[in-house]
Design a protein around this ligand. Sequence first.
Ligand SMILES: [Zn+2]
Length: 135
Amino acid sequence: MSEYIPKKDREFVAKRANYCCEYCQMPQRFSLFAFHVDHITSLKHGGKTELSNLAFACGFCNGNKGTDLGTFLLNELAIIRFFNPRVDNWNLHFEIVDAVIYGKPQIGEATIKIFQFNEIERVLERKLLAGGGYI
Ligand SMILES: [Zn+2]
């Protein structure tokens, strides 16, 4: 579901994120495609189009997330919510080791599972950028 987001709000969201995906941390300047403004809590689930519910996201993260809010992890009976860049600290939920992003229980794990941070192409892209000193 989409909703019009004013250009000034899109620009604010991008600048607030330092023009990097707030989920996987990929800088937009290395992407061939424009990044998206994501509704953290999707409109489908009652989220509003307001700055406190918007995140700057690459196409991979936004597309994999869709309107989802969380997922089940192995051996868990409750749904674990995804990382929320407006309230969560990225470094408390993830770490990058040799271009692979590891999730710290359980929000990080749930986010990585659905957003697919570690698809081989995405890991290779991070390795190339890190090797060149770009990230
Ligand atoms: Zn991303």
